[in-house]
Structures are given as structure tokens and as C-alpha cells.
Design a protein around this ligand. Structure first.
Ligand code: FAD
Length: 279
């Protein structure tokens, strides 16, 4: 079974399996998807892939790769043609391929169960047979994968926000101030109702986007982008408010709410709906 790190390329698994030298090893194989250190402007990526016979020779690096160094397989966007999105192709690289190496494990604010490293390619020879799609289709593949990736990231935010509301509700019930539980305070009740409303609105946005994607509707890209934008902002705000409701305890690592706040912050950065569509 294949397990995706980041989930960006779930839509391409069918073609990916065909490219893997040993697709059925009977154990989980982890995949990292690698765009480039170009970041938001994905179409400007620099990693080069020069054709030499039956191989591409790759040179370049990819910052911030989820699962980098731990994953078995790297799905790499690289430049086989001229500038712009049409010069980009998609190649599969197995861990252990000479010329593939990794940077140090990054120290992150959150998402600490997910190792993040740079992926470095130095004269890395990859068989032409490991290409997904045709030359020049890489950008299209990456953008298609982004739709599912956005739903994935938005759903992670939703889970963190839901859990944070539960924690805040429980804390307000047990913490007494001014002679009674904080849960009796009408201001905090209004706040909790507001958080719950935003949570449900986020959930509905994600479900609408998932349906649009499943039905392959034309508006799927817009729905996925809107769901990701709305949900990651709203859910981070919910986690942050839940932390606030814990007072000083919310700032202690003994209380789980701080982790939800830290983990959900990165969801606003990943799969950037504003900028990754450019090109
Ligand atoms: C923990 C973590 C895991 C990651 N995992 C992966 C992975 O597995 N694979 C992968 O390929 N990438 C991964 N990334 C990279 C991630 O996709 C990028 O960080 C993200 O796309 C933003 O790019 P950047 O960091 O270069 O920011 P920049 O592009 O430098 O942007 C900085 C800021 O400027 C804004 N900005 C940029 N251009 C514009 C514009 N034209 N108009 C308005 N605002 C703009 C951005 O929105 C952002 O707020 C990961 C990042 C992190 C932090």
C-alpha cells in the first residue's frame, strides 16, 4: 500500500503505480511530493532535468519537503523544457538513488511528527521510464494534486479546531473564577457559540469542495481554494481563541490546546491558494 506524505498527488496514484519498479512490496511505502524552493511561484522552478539517452540527469534542490529523508519515493517536478509551466515534467525517484540526498531535519514551530528536510539532487540519474505523463505535463499534474491537497490540509485544520473547542468547553466547566465556573460567563458562552458556528461553516465548505472534486465539476478548483482559504484561517482563529480561554494554562505544554494552535498555523502557509495557481 502507498501512503502519501502531504497527499498532493493522490489524484495521480494510478499513473504513479505504473512507474514504480516494485509497486507491491506488501508494506507501506511513503511518498513525498517535491515542487521546488521557488515556493509560491511554482511555475518558476529551477531544478533541471537534462535528457541523456534513457535517463534524465537532475540538478537542484527542494526546500521544506514533508517526509524528506524518511519517504521511500520522491515525486519531483523538474524542468525538462524552457521557462514557464510548459517546461515542467514530473519524475519519480526512489530513495537510495545516487545523487539524491537530504538537508538537516528542520526545527519547526509545529507539525513535529512530520519530518521536514530539503531534498538535494546532484547529477542524479533517473530513468525516463520513471516519468509520470508526458514531458511538459508536470505543472498540470502538480496543480491537479493541489485540489485534493487543499481539502486534506483544510480537514486537518478542522480536526484541530474541533478538538480545541472540546478542550475549551471542558476547561471552562472546571475552572472557577469570581465564585463560579467560567462556563457560566455569558461573554465566554457567546464566544464558544461563535467558534462552533465557524467550525460548522468550515466543515460545510470542505464537504462542498470534496463533492465538487469527486464529481469532477468545473468549479472544483475554486471550491477547493475557497475551502482551504476559509477553513485554515477560521480554524486557526478557533484554536487560538480556545487557547485564550485556557488563560495562562493554555500557554503550557502540559495542555494540548497549544499544540493544536501550533500545528494548524502551518496550514495557512501550505498549498497557498493565493499564489500557487499563478502560471
Ligand atoms: C512544514 C512545511 C512542509 C512543507 N512541505 C512541502 C512538501 O512536502 N512539498 C513541497 O513542494 N513544498 C512543501 N512546503 C513548501 C510550501 O509549499 C511553501 O512554503 C509555500 O508554498 C510558500 O512558499 P515559500 O515558503 O517559498 O513562501 P514565499 O513564496 O516566499 O511567500 C512568502 C509570502 O509572500 C506571499 N506571496 C508570495 N507571492 C505572492 C504574490 N504574487 N502575491 C501576493 N502574495 C504573495 C505568500 O503568500 C507568503 O505569505 C512545505 C512548507 C512547510 C513550512
Amino acid at each position: 500500500m502507498l501512503r502519501l506524505c502531504g497527499g498532493r498527488l493522490a489524484a495521480r496514484l494510478g499513473s504513479l503505480r505504473a512507474c514504480l519498479p516494485d509497486p507491491a512490496r506488501g508494506r507501506a511505502r511513503r511518498i513525498s511530493s517535491c515542487i521546488d524552493r521557488s515556493g509560491s511561484d511554482a511555475a518558476s522552478l529551477m531544478t533541471s532535468a537534462k535528457r541523456q539517452g534513457d535517463y534524465y540527469i537532475l540538478n537542484g534542490s527542494k526546500a521544506f519537503i514533508s517526509g524528506g529523508g524518511e519517504s521511500d519515493i520522491y515525486v519531483v517536478m523538474c524542468r525538462t523544457g524552457g521557462p514557464g509551466p510548459k517546461g515542467i515534467s514530473c519524475l519519480v525517484i526512489e530513495k537510495g538513488t545516487p545523487g539524491l540526498s537530504f538537508g538537516k531535519k528542520e526545527k519547526k514551530v509545529g507539525w513535529n511528527s512530520q519530518p521536514t528536510r530539503a531534498v538535494i539532487l546532484e547529477d542524479c540519474a533517473v530513468p525516463v521510464a520513471n516519468r509520470i505523463g508526458n514531458e511538459g505535463q508536470g505543472f498540470l499534474i502538480a496543480m491537479k494534486g493541489l485540489n485534493g491537497g487543499r481539502i486534506n490540509v483544510a480537514s486537518c485544520s478542522l480536526g484541530a479546531a474541533h478538538a480545541s473547542i472540546m478542550l475549551a468547553r471542558d476547561h471552562l466547566s472546571v475552572r472557577k473564577q469570581f465564585g463560579e465556573p467560567l462556563a457560566n460567563n455569558q461573554y465566554l458562552q457567546f464566544k464558544l457559540a461563535d467558534m462552533a458556528t465557524r467550525l460548522v461553516a468550515s466543515r460545510l465548505m470542505i464537504r462542498s469542495a470534496a463533492v465538487a472534486l469527486q464529481e469532477e465539476r468545473e468549479d472544483a478548483v475554486a471550491f477547493c481554494s475557497m475551502a482551504k482559504l476559509f477553513t485554515t484561517d477560521e480554524c486557526f482563529a478557533i484554536c487560538n481563541q480556545a487557547l485564550q480561554m485556557h488563560g495562562g494554562y493554555g500557554y503550557l505544554k502540559d495542555y494540548a490546546v497549544q499544540q493544536y494552535m501550533r500545528d494548524s498555523r502551518v496550514h495557512q502557509i501550505l498549498e497557498d491558494e493565493e499564489t500557487e495557481k499563478t502560471g
